[in-house]
Design a protein around this ligand. Structure first.
Ligand code: UDP
Length: 247
């Protein structure tokens, strides 16, 4: 049976999609895909770009370790296993056109949009949905928008909210044990061939804000967005702490 085949034996086929940070390939198993992490940085809807050698490897290592940790707590996801430094095997899913953002501390677009102060610890996690559409600049939308325009069903949204809150609890614990504050992050969800809802995409310093618990140093893509310098050093530091945890 092809589905029980070791992912390292998957035969990589044609590229089916190229995004800003990853390439997706078909494989000889129609239910599986290979995700390759690129060395590109983009921000501000693709307006700011850079190439940094080694970035794809770090995000692949970090995201794989995070998805493995979540699998240990039975969070259903697309992740199968890491294949090599830049690639991982994943279940082939159809991604819902929604970005699900969780915020534990105020920063970023929330402060810009609403004029609220940066660094406020929220009484409970704040959940936001953005409609994935580059031409529209991924606008903030309500649950009603998502349901009424068919970007998700009410049932899927219910599951998405439950899974997202659980992932937030699990990741807050994981990163706090590494001396890192999980400030906010973005999740994406997809549906596999049988219609099961799976946590998808990546979880990395590109998609999360990580602040060092003792120094407050930014250890994420804000170093690139705001030209803070030593961008890869921050990614390397996240990987160092995650990998040492498993030793
Ligand atoms: N985020 C993301 N992809 C996006 C937009 C946001 O991964 O297209 C992540 C971002 O890294 C941060 C969180 O979602 O961890 C909230 O981002 P925010 O809305 O503050 O947007 P930004 O300031 O990045 O424009």
């Amino acid at each position: 049976m092809t589905s029980s085949k070791n992912s390292k034996d998957l035969v990589q086929g044609d590229m089916i999609y190229e995004g800003k940070a990853k390439r997706l390939y078909a494989t000889d198993d129609p239910n599986k895909t290979i995700i390759e992490y690129k060395d590109s940085f983009t921000a501000f809807n693709g307006e700011k770009r850079a190439e940094m050698s080694g970035k794809g490897r770090l995000n692949n290592l970090i995201s794989s370790a995070v998805f493995e940790y979540l699998a240990g707590s039975d969070v259903p996801s697309h992740f199968i296993e890491r294949i090599d430094e830049n690639r991982q095997a994943a279940v082939r899913v159809k991604i819902l056109p929604l970005e699900v953002v969780v915020r534990n501390i105020t920063t970023g677009s929330l402060c810009k949009r609403l004029g609220v102060q940066e660094g406020i610890k929220l009484k409970r996690p704040l959940l936001e949905f953005y409609y994935k559409d580059d031409a529209l600049g991924d606008p903030l939308v309500t649950e009603d928008h998502a349901i009424l325009f068919g970007w998700s069903t009410e049932e899927d949204l219910f599951q998405i909210k439950r899974m997202t809150m659980r992932v937030n609890d699990l990741l807050k614990n994981l990163f706090s044990s590494l001396g890192i504050v999980l400030v906010d992050f973005k999740l994406e969800f997809g549906k596999d061939g049988s219609g099961q809802l799976l946590l998808s995409d990546e979880i990395s310093p590109d998609t999360c804000r990580f602040w060092d618990s003792s120094t407050g140093d930014r250890l994420d893509k804000d170093r690139f967005r705001k030209d803070l310098g030593d961008v890869l050093g921050a990614y390397e530091e996240i990987w160092r702490r995650l990998s040492e945890r498993n030793k």
